[in-house]
Design a protein around this ligand. Structure first.
Ligand SMILES: Cc1cn([C@H]2C[C@H](O)[C@@H](COP(=O)(O)OP(=O)(O)OP(=O)(O)O)O2)c(=O)[nH]c1=O
Length: 196
């Protein structure tokens, strides 16, 4: 059976793949994550997911592996918000997200030596209003620092989310429905295909 490599340092993506019973190994993939001039959010996350998967394949040094890369970005009024650069940036992001809806774009890409496939999922997340005291306390919890948009819906940040339209797993970092479909194209089973 083909071995799947996850080209990601994100513990969330590893947990999400484990959640659907996909055996995998890890491979490091470091890429330049800067947004290109005029690049739209969907195009940006798609490019980064493809580049992470391709970098992982290159790092393995052989073409007969299958590699998954993904990217998640929070988008407010068309502006891509990445991970916070520090406290002030995180507090400003949380203030901007307060009491409004924003989009979360996640792309998942799978490639092997001969082909590359990608899916992009857009979800809409509605935040209730957040007080300045709450925003400070949330930053102090440590949760925002490594997350796009400075929050984690799967953690303490859940209390900010009044409702979600779209894919919960995509907001956390990997759209599991689309991921399982992509993996099936590469002959990689998830839980449905496991022996009883
Ligand atoms: C919006 C949101 C993002 N995130 C996380 C998912 C991603 O790990 C991170 C977005 O940054 P990414 O650049 O997509 O991923 P990463 O740098 O953590 O990992 P890698 O590039 O090595 O795969 O934000 C959450 O955990 N919860 C959320 O609710």
């Amino acid at each position: 059976m083909t071995t799947l490599y996850l080209a990601s340092a994100s513990p969330r993506r590893r947990e999400l793949l484990q959640q659907i019973g996909v055996a995998h190994c890890l491979v490091a993939a470091s890429i330049d994550e800067r947004v290109l001039p005029g690049e739209a959010p969907a195009a940006y996350v798609e490019r980064l997911a493809r580049e992470k998967a391709a970098a992982g394949l290159a790092a393995l040094g052989h073409g007969n592996a299958c590699v998954l890369g993904a990217d998640t970005s929070v988008v407010l009024d068309g502006r891509i918000l990445g991970k916070p650069e520090g406290r002030a940036d995180a507090l400003a992001t949380l203030a901007a997200l307060s009491g409004r809806a924003h989009e979360v774009y996640t792309a998942v890409a799978v490639c092997d030596g001969s082909r590359s496939r990608v899916r992009v999922v857009c979800s809409r997340v509605h935040f209730r209003a957040l007080s300045a005291v709450e925003r400070e306390a949330y930053w102090a919890s440590g949760e925002p620092c490594d997350k796009a948009g400075s929050y984690g819906i799967q953690g303490l940040g859940a209390v900010f989310v009044s409702h979600l339209e779209g894919s919960y797993s995509a907001v956390v970092g990997l759209p599991l429905c689309e991921t399982s479909e992509l993996l099936a194209e590469f002959g990689i089973p998830c839980w449905q295909a496991l022996p009883a």
